[in-house]
Design a protein around this ligand. Sequence first.
Ligand SMILES: [Zn+2]
Length: 404
Amino acid sequence: MPDALAPSVTDVVELTRELVRCESVTPREAGALQILEKVLASLGFRCERMDFTQAGTDDVANLYARIGGDGPNSDGTNSGKHFCFAGHSDVVPVGDLSSWTIGPFAAELSGGYLFGRGAADMKGAIAAFTEAAQRFLARRGCDFGGSISLLITGDEEGPAVNGTVKMLKKLAERGETIDACIVGEPTSSKRFGDMMKIGRRGSMTVDMVVRGIQGHVGYPERLDNPIHRLSALIDALIREPIDSGSKHFQPSSLQFTTVDVGNKATNIAPGIVKARFNTRFNDKWTSKTLLAHLTERLERANAALGGNGVFELKAEVSGESFYTPPGPLSELVAGAVRDVAGVETELSTTGGTSDARFIRSYCPVLEFGLVGETMHKVDEKSAIADLKTLARVYETVLDRYFAA
Ligand SMILES: [Zn+2]
């Protein structure tokens, strides 16, 4: 319960537990931002709720908190460097509750781990950054020559419409700029610190409708079976790889996720069939050039079949691919991981999308956080030792970023 929390709780493990106990499945806030706001306000952060609504989408609560400097000056410039930690307080649903061996919102500690939905993705990182900021501020005071902010959305695991995008826009509109940003996604792969993300593949989902001519299966000359047509079209998309990867990225991938016919009759070939695929594409493409390429493949295959069958495509792009070349920010974080955890960090572009795809238009951004092995799974967990180490890494990053 938010009100029962002492505002001074900044211990990474205890704060993670408080946050995990909030059932903040997108788009529910469930008290998570309230807790965070209380803790950050007690550290001196100026907290601002940025709640957004848009027709056709759920209302979403977000929190922006900043300390140091004076924020934006009246002439639109900023006082000193501004370091931002971006994250999300929402979590994915628990899925099959009976498969969990520990309650997903119980935040229990067991065998050196903190269990619960969001422990890894990514309430643990939010708590770690909060502890890091608290330690940093305790040593340096609020006058450290710059400012630190937390940009926490409740809409990352959902449509991501009423969260980071609108928060960044609002900051830009009032002249607040960010100089560097870490997103606290669980980027570590096998062991803490082994990986950070400096780019991500793009993601595009395409709905296909294939139309033929419905007819009696006994009279194949009178029909044009869209299922057969679709099978040739699928083959045209998956037979040859889309590309062989690029310098910094894996090959682009294309996976069909569903084929829907819904035909109950045994003696009728349907007139229409629907299918859907998703592509994760590298920096050789934009969603537009890739869609054009795939359409061309399909047109060729469709023409080769003859007949009157047609197909339609409807694409939804959830993010373009992006890549931040290694530079001062990645060196800063890799150095902190090396010195705190003794681990060499691989700079990677693998995995799904994250809100870094929005932030990269504003400032250098990378993602670094806990081990993501159990994210979105049952029995999600984080090693307690990792939570503490992450707080130290973030603290070291702040120290070096604001080195006098
Ligand atoms: Zn996440």
